[in-house]
Design a protein around this ligand. Structure first.
Ligand SMILES: [Zn+2]
Length: 237
C-alpha cells in the first residue's frame, strides 16, 4: 500500500482539524491519501487511547483516506531526535508519498512544534540510503505545513478551497466524541472541547475561504521558491 499524499499529525484529530478538507479535496481528484498520527494522545484529559483509536478510524473513513497509521511516539514528548526519526522514517519509506502535509514550527503546542521539525527531518533522512530500514529510501518532493486550529496570524502562502467538502469534514470531526464539543460527553473542559472552539472551526474556515473568494478554505504554508509554468492556479485571489 502506497499513497500520493501523507498527512502527519502529533495527535489523533490534528490532521482532521487542519487539513481534513484538503484530504477530501485531493481524494476527490483521485489522489490516494493517508494519515500518520505520531502519538496515541494518551496525555489527553478526555478520552482513553482505545476511544481515541476508534474515533480516529471513524474520522479516517469519513475523510476517504486509504490508510491511517500510528507511530506510537510519547504524547507530550514528541522530539526531533535520531530515535524518533527512526520511528517515522519507515512510514515515509513504506507509504512513499509524493506530498507531505505536516505541522508548522510555530504553534502554541510543544508537540506540534516538535512534530514540524521531526517530520521535516525524517523526510530528509528517509531519502538517505545509508540509513537502513526494511524499505528502500524515499523522500517526498513536496512538503506543506498546516496549523490544526487555523488560528495562526501569519498569512499563509496557499489556501485550499474546500467548499464542496466542508460539511463532510465537519462530519469527520463529529467522530471525535471525546475531544471536540459534545454536550453528551462527561469530561474535564479543554480548549478544543469548548462550544466556542467548535463554532470557530467554521468561522475560521469561512474567513480563509473568503480570502480566496470561496465559501471555505484551509490555510497552508510552504517554503519557497515555488517553480511554476503558468499563472492559472495562482490567479485565484
Ligand atoms: Zn495536537
Amino acid at each position: 500500500m502506497t499513497v500520493d499524499v501523507l498527512a502527519i499529525g502529533a495527535h489523533p484529530d490534528d490532521v482532521d482539524l487542519g487539513v481534513g478538507g484538503t484530504l477530501l479535496q485531493l481524494a476527490a481528484q483521485g489522489y490516494k491519501t493517508g494519515i500518520l498520527d505520531l502519538t496515541q494522545g494518551e496525555l489527553s484529559s478526555r478520552g482513553t487511547v482505545d476511544e481515541r483509536r476508534i474515533e480516529a478510524q471513524n474520522a479516517a473513513d469519513l475523510l476517504n483516506v486509504s490508510i491511517r497509521e500510528n507511530a506510537e511516539l510519547p504524547d507530550g514528548g514528541v522530539d526531533n531526535t535520531p530515535e524518533q526519526r527512526l520511528k517515522v522514517i519507515p512510514f515515509i519509506r513504506k507509504l512513499k508519498p509524493k506530498i507531505l502535509l505536516i505541522h508548522r514550527a510555530s504553534d502554541r503546542h510543544p508537540d506540534h512544534r516538535a512534530a514540524a521539525e521531526l517530520c521535516r527531518d525524517a523526510n530528509f533522512f528517509a531519502g538517505v540510503s545509508s540509513i537502513k530500514t526494511d524499505s528502500d529510501p524515499h523522500r517526498a518532493d513536496q512538503v506543506y505545513n498546516y496549523n490544526p486550529y487555523s488560528d495562526d496570524e501569519t498569512p499563509p502562502q496557499l489556501v485550499m478551497d474546500i467548499s464542496p467538502h466542508f460539511e463532510q469534514k465537519m462530519q469527520a470531526l463529529v467522530a471525535y466524541h471525546s475531544q471536540l464539543h459534545n454536550p453528551h460527553y462527561e469530561g474535564p473542559k479543554t480548549l478544543i472541547s469548548s462550544p466556542e472552539f467548535w463554532d470557530g472551526i467554521s468561522k475560521r474556515s469561512a474567513y480563509w475561504g473568503n480570502r480566496i473568494k470561496a465559501d471555505y478554505g484551509e490555510p497552508l504554508y510552504c517554503e519557497g521558491p515555488i517553480g511554476i509554468t503558468s499563472f492559472t492556479e495562482l490567479g485565484k485571489r
